[in-house]
Design a protein around this ligand. Structure first.
Ligand code: ADP
Ligand code: MG
Length: 307
């Protein structure tokens, strides 16, 4: 399922909530849409799901324009945007029926598949008004999955959940993607959460696209090493010289921090290549560890420290 956004811009009055965003959402993957509150995540999702019209630009799904070919574009898409809302006095089951517009044997079969998967069979006959936040979020996800969706879009589905609820929802989304190959777009302001499950990242700040691409390619640009040896001064001198002489395995001037020498490796270099060099230079290693840049660090470096 291919989702393409081209030059998307949305003004609310005079305020630009989204400016000139162009991107593709990768099929069968989990893509995380991240950015601080007010960045424009829900606005982008509402544009993709046809709930609002763009000021400029367009969205196509499988080649159909979301606005001019609404029905065809959205036929395999399920979404929850901002908070899922339900009729408080009706049962969860009735809510799903009414809101999904589903009926008949195929619907009942899909309903039992989805409710089994989300483990919400026991709440189906309870009124939506008495459900907990976590149960309502699951019901919202059920609603997104019911139309036999090939793509689901979940806007901050872990909002209002406690840490264990967040882990459960995260695992459900990841399992569903793996089992059924469904394309997932999930927005969140919790970077450490989505980092664990997503393949791709779309990062927006103040309505502008800051980064878009494969998580590991974006983060893999930097690998930091922490090194402790028997003679730190000598090792430091060796690494400094290697950097100045443009050795291909070192990408930054080394520096001392927290009792270790820290340095960065260029993309594509493996940690063992650096430890081999240290070994050849007779530097006696006492500690050697490699840390990949976290999404949080990437965000701080690329979005001016706001989230
Ligand atoms: P996010 O989902 O990342 O928190 P939103 O897309 O909800 O961000 O909002 C982006 C910006 O647009 C914010 O500054 C918000 O105040 C503004 N905004 C969102 N919806 C409306 C609206 N209906 N009318 C006016 N401004 C809006
Ligand atoms: Mg939002």
């Amino acid at each position: 399922m291919s989702i393409v956004c081209k030059n998307l811009t949305k003004y609310y009055g005079k305020q630009a909530a989204l400016s000139d965003v162009s991107l593709n959402i990768c099929d069968n993957c989990i893509t995380a849409l991240v950015g601080p509150n007010g960045a424009g995540k829900s606005t982008l999702i509402k544009l993709i799901t046809g709930l609002i019209h763009p000021t400029c630009g367009y969205v196509t799904i499988d080649g159909y324009d979301v606005h001019t070919r609404h029905r065809q574009a959205l036929q395999h898409l399920g979404a929850i945007v901002e908070w899922p809302s339900f009729y408080a006095d009706l049962t969860a089951r009735r809510n799903l029926e009414i809101l999904s517009g589903g009926h008949g044997q195929a619907y009942e079969k899909k309903l039992s598949e989805v409710t089994d998967f989300l483990k919400i069979g026991n709440i189906l006959d309870r009124k939506a008004g008495v459900l907990s936040t976590g149960q309502k979020q699951r019901l919202g996800i059920a609603l997104a999955l019911l139309p036999d969706s090939r793509c689901i879009i979940l806007d901050e589905p872990t909002n209002g959940l406690d840490p264990s609820g967040i882990v459960e929802i995260r695992e459900l989304i990841s399992d569903y993607n793996r089992q059924f190959g469904v394309t997932v777009l999930i927005s969140s302001h919790l970077l450490s959460e989505v980092e664990m499950i997503c393949d791709n990242i779309i990062m927006i700040v103040d309505g502008k696209l800051k980064a878009c691409g494969n998580l590991h390619e974006l983060l893999g640009r930097k690998h930091s090493l922490r090194i402790v040896t028997g003679n730190m001064e000598e090792t430091m001198e060796f690494l400094r010289r290697a950097f100045e002489q443009h050795a291909p395995w070192i990408a930054s001037l080394p520096y001392f921090e927290n009792g270790a020498i820290n340095m960065e490796m260029p993309p594509g270099v493996e940690p063992y290549q650096v430890s081999d060099e240290l070994f050849k230079a007779r530097q006696h290693l006492q500690h050697f560890s490699c840390e990949q840049q976290k999404l949080e660090d990437f965000f701080l470096n690329n979005a001016g420290g706001k989230i």
